[in-house]
Design a protein around this ligand. Structure first.
Ligand code: GLC
Ligand code: GLC
Length: 646
């Protein structure tokens, strides 16, 4: 039982009528039940003999933060607490979007809520909307403020109006907490640059290269092409500062407890905007230690859990998403382990499934997908995934080499093949993507491009190749069919519902040209969106087929994330099969064919699971009854079946 479940249990009586509950009393109870864990984690990071007065300061801070929590959000907090894990419901459907690229600004977005609701979206991740430097700013991930809305998106009032109108319509909202770094224009960074030593201790600053050189021996590079190395010399300060991402993103120094407490204030202020889920950006990088790669360190986990428990005390309705795009087993650790199990992040990106799906598309095989998924420890029951195909970032091939070797392939050759397949190095590949941040020192590279372009739609349309186009559409639907049913919150990347291809306009913009992740950050195509009610046409077809899958999802409670998917391996290496089962014994069997040819699977085991009656299967996607011939099930190229149990 995690702390959230404990609070729910202890407040059982009061939660019958959340609006009437004694909020102060419940707050104090949460503080009391979280205090010893908070203390344990705090002293783990900041030893008691040096930092006991800092801990007292933290204990005094928490009630102040609660006092600032607006009344209406305190009520929502208690409603959420009583509802339990709302984020595991089959009704959830997320969309990630750039407010300005979607429809100009926050007001523009509010006007488009009906469009989102039509598709079934009830959860929005808005990409950064707070102030940032004028020049390059990593799409807003270099923050000048954690809460002040950048004028180009509107005002705080606009945001509040959007949030309340979303809440009125039972929609949830997620914003980023860029917890690892600030921009070099952030007030602390400016003071540090001007020579204020207090603020220099908020970052990792060094008078010469001695310590940076030591660090560099083991630190990898995130942006080796555009921002090589992990330190930047600041002339004004006459010092080196750690900048793991871009040179204008200064890493916060969490070995200083003041930084933790100041950032906790920022987190609480962000939560007070009415945010339901907070995306902890780049959280794997939070703690640095010489001689290590400074990712996923135990101290980073302790720190995240500390944030978690303090925020939960203040705002128990707000959940956290781990943006840890790291190795499969490392991602799982962000749900918490040992004493912090269930007390770190409730939600994590399923980057493993995402990368493996792209691997299966390129190889047309599911061997590696199964190998990796089967060898992962299960996620804890109170945690959930965000399942996605594409996002604003690159695709990193973060799965283990070990399993590539185990299926008999050479790992570096295989990775090279994947990069080549997606970046137009193989004439026969339908994919029109690009390489992101190739590092010749390590041979590593990542992939950029939109879902549609990576799956062949751009090439198909350009060359008027009907077959390629149709196949691309089928692949788009198949991948969405998987993330919509796998277990967790499916997150559609805005534009993908219309099959939006790469956007090359970033090449004309100085602050974006060096970063080809902008290929897959499109301006929303409202002309295509307006035409979705008319049948026919590529965009409309994609939209309506996805919408159909969404409406199916919302009708099947077995798709709520209460039970892990069960994997089955049919004797066909092109096919992916998993089952979702509910308490009452009903089930859905999801079957996807990654091959461009018809495939056949043997069907007796499907029969045994209760999906066959009179040789017929009940497919929800097509609405058809499918007949098995001689006990064999035929699959069309890129077929997607959602079979319903009898
Ligand atoms: C996350 C964001 C990415 C950004 C990085 C640094 O990975 O998703 O876009 O570049 O953090 O903030
Ligand atoms: C962070 C993310 C990773 C991404 C990188 C920049 O490291 O975790 O997904 O590749 O930022 O895009």
């Amino acid at each position: 039982m995690n702390q959230a479940a404990l609070h729910r249990l202890l407040a059982k009586e009061e939660l019958r009528k959340p609006e009437l509950a004694d909020q102060e009393q419940l707050f104090r109870r949460r503080l009391q039940t979280n205090a010893s864990l908070i203390q344990y984690l705090f002293y783990k990071l900041y030893p008691e003999n040096t930092y006991s007065s800092s801990f007292e300061k933290l204990l005094a801070l928490i009630p102040k933060l609660f006092a600032q929590r607006p009344e209406e959000l305190r009520i929502i907090d208690l409603q959420r607490l009583s509802e339990g894990n709302w984020y595991q419901s089959e009704k959830m459907l997320g969309m990630q979007l750039y407010v300005n690229r979607f429809n100009k600004n926050l007001n523009g977005l509010r006007k488009k809520l009906p469009y989102l609701k039509d598709l079934g979206v009830n959860f929005l991740h808005l990409m950064p909307i707070t102030t940032r430097p004028k020049g390059p700013n990593d799409g807003g991930y270099a923050v000048n403020s954690y809460i002040q809305v950048d004028k180009r998106y509107g005002s705080k009032k606009d945001l509040m109006e959007l949030v309340s109108s979303m809440h009125e319509q039972d929609m949830y909202i997620m914003l980023d907490f860029v917890v690892n770094h600030t921009s070099d224009e952030f007030p602390w960074a400016k003071k540090a640059a001007a020579g204020d030593e207090k603020y220099q201790r908020y970052y990792y600053t060094y008078p010469d290269r001695t310590i940076p050189d030591e660090f560099e021996k083991t630190l990898p590079e995130v942006f080796p092409q555009s921002s090589p190395g992990n330190f930047t010399f600041n002339r004004e300060m006459n010092k080196w500062v750690m900048t793991v991402f871009n040179d204008y993103q200064w890493d916060l120094n969490y070995t200083n407890p003041e930084v933790f407490m100041e950032m906790l204030k920022n987190l609480a202020a962000l939560a007070n905007l009415g945010v339901d889920m907070v995306r902890f950006d780049a959280l794997a990088f939070l703690w640095k230690k010489m001689g290590t790669i400074s990712q996923n360190l135990p101290e980073a986990h302790a720190l995240i859990s500390l944030f978690r428990l303090c925020l939960q005390t203040v705002a128990p309705g707000v959940v956290l998403l781990a943006e840890a795009i790291v190795a499969p087993t490392d991602i799982l650790k962000y749900y918490g382990e040992g004493v912090t199990k269930g007390n770190e992040c409730e939600v994590a990106y399923n980057a493993t499934l995402m990368a493996l799906l792209w691997n299966s598309v390129a190889t047309k095989k599911t061997l590696l997908l199964y190998k990796n998924l089967r060898n992962l420890p299960p996620k804890p029951s109170e945690g959930t995934w965000i399942n996605y195909i594409r996002c604003h970032d690159d695709i990193g091939l973060g799965f283990d080499d070990k399993y590539i070797y185990e299926i008999g392939w050479n790992a570096s050759d295989h990775r090279k093949f994947l990069l080549d397949y997606y970046s137009q190095k193989l004439g026969w590949s339908p994919s029109v993507g690009q390489i992101f941040m190739y590092n010749p020192k390590t041979g590593d590279g990542r992939i950029t491009g939109s879902t549609a372009s990576l799956l062949g739609l751009e090439k198909g349309m350009k060359t008027s190749d009907q077959q390629l186009t149709d196949e691309a559409i089928d692949k788009i639907i198949m991948l969405h069919g998987i993330i919509l049913s796998y277990g967790g919150i499916p997150m559609i990347y805005a534009g993908d519902e219309l099959g939006t291809t790469n956007d090359y306009t970033y090449l004309n913009e100085d602050d974006k040209r060096d970063d080809n992740r902008w290929l897959n950050r499109p301006i929303h195509n409202w002309e295509a969106a307006a035409a979705v009610t008319q049948r026919g046409g590529i965009q409309s077809t994609i939209y309506n087929r996805i919408k159909h899958l969404v409406s199916l999802r919302k009708n099947y409670s077995v798709l709520a994330d209460h039970h892990l998917p069960i994997l089955y391996e049919p004797n066909n290496s092109h096919v992916f099969v998993f089952e979702r089962r509910g308490k009452s014994g009903d089930g859905l069997l999801i079957i996807a064919n990654f091959d461009e040819m018809d495939q056949v699977i043997e069907g007796s085991w499907i029969n045994g699971l209760g999906y066959v009656q009179d040789s017929k299967l009940n497919d929800l996607v097509s609405g058809d009854q499918i007949k098995m011939n001689s006990g064999l099930l035929n699959l069309k190229p890129f077929d997607l079946l959602w079979l319903k149990s009898y």
